[in-house]
Design a protein around this ligand. Structure first.
Ligand SMILES: NC(=O)C1=CN([C@@H]2O[C@H](COP(=O)(O)OP(=O)(O)OC[C@H]3O[C@@H](n4cnc5c(N)ncnc54)[C@H](O)[C@@H]3O)[C@@H](O)[C@H]2O)C=CC1
Ligand SMILES: O=C(O)C1=N[C@H](C(=O)O)C[C@H](O)C1
Length: 253
């Protein structure tokens, strides 16, 4: 059995991940970490400051982190320094934080890192790459994402990954975040962020040409779509060599 600890255990994602781990025949939920102690699904949840001693005590095989960027970096360091594999779902990392994560992980543990663990989004990203390759000339591109009112980071990590793909396929175009005032469009990529209600996670890419538009979109209806992918990734880490992996590796895409 692969032993699992969940960081962000009491959060929106952590609670669903905890449930799916307990329902898995191959995984064992041995504990959680959050900013306050408690319990979930019969396992202890310890406060963040105690993560080191907790990992030494329960000795998990893999740590799943869905917290907040500043906390996630520290959780990743605590796990990697103890040989605990990682599944990182947290988004909103700065360039410096991503470098800290790379340094902590590489050569030490296998770490799956993805801004979106939905199988559908990972396919959606490939469709966007192909569309951008084919529509490189003559189409204006706009990216829109929508999430619940509680989301802290903007644009979403998924949208940032979309922009990375578009930059690779279209060549460098400036990213323009929102628009107001009198200004004509140039050769930018427009980026638009909607926050409200309990929207789980919507993403779309519009390719607007002369006389026609092509729009690719993905809509998540339940956070279980992300949690199931993260749990699948956790099982996948067993026996992997140290390094940073994506859901492409987990899904064999
Ligand atoms: N990669 C993916 O597929 C997905 C990624 N996310 C990302 O996951 C993160 C969490 O999202 P939600 O669960 O909606 O947020 P949330 O705010 O509901 O949960 C985050 C939890 O982390 C806890 N936390 C804060 N500092 C901590 C620390 N030092 N150690 C342990 N726990 C700590 C909070 O108390 C909270 O319970 C966000 O960055 C979000 O963008 C969310 C859904 C899918
Ligand atoms: O915060 C969320 O809810 C989500 N965050 C991820 C992101 O920032 O892309 C993934 C998903 O869209 C839900």
């Amino acid at each position: 059995m692969t032993k699992v600890v969940v960081c962000g255990a009491l959060g929106r994602m952590g609670t669903i991940i905890g449930r799916l781990v307990t329902e898995s025949p191959d995984l064992e939920l041995v504990g959680g970490v959050d900013i306050r102690e408690g319990s979930f699904y019969g396992a202890p949840v310890v406060e963040a400051e105690k993560i080191g001693e907790f990992l030494d005590e329960v000795r998990p095989d893999v740590l799943i982190d869905f917290t907040v960027a500043s906390a996630s970096v520290e959780n990743i360091k605590a796990a990697a320094s103890r040989g605990v594999a990682l599944v990182v779902g947290t988004t909103g990392f700065s360039v410096e934080q991503r470098e800290e994560i790379r340094t902590a992980v590489e050569g030490h543990v296998p770490a799956v890192i993805s801004s979106n663990y939905s199988v559908g989004v990972n396919i959606f990203w490939k469709l966007i790459r192909e569309a951008a390759r084919l529509l490189r000339e003559g189409y204006d591109v706009e990216v829109t994402e929508a999430h619940h009112r509680y989301k802290k980071d903007a644009p979403s990590g998924t949208a940032k990954t979309i922009l990375e793909i578009l930059d690779e396929e279209l060549g460098p175009r400036p990213h323009v975040y929102g628009r107001e005032g009198m200004k004509e469009r140039e050769n930018e990529i427009g980026v638009h962020v909607v926050r409200g209600g309990d929207i789980v996670g919507d993403h779309s890419v519009l390719f607007a040409g002369n006389y026609e538009t092509i729009e690719l979109s993905h809509r998540a209806y339940d956070r279980a779509v992300f949690a199931s992918g993260a749990v699948r990734a956790a099982a996948w880490t067993h026996g992997r060599t140290p390094g940073i992996y994506s859901m492409d590796d987990v899904l064999g895409l």
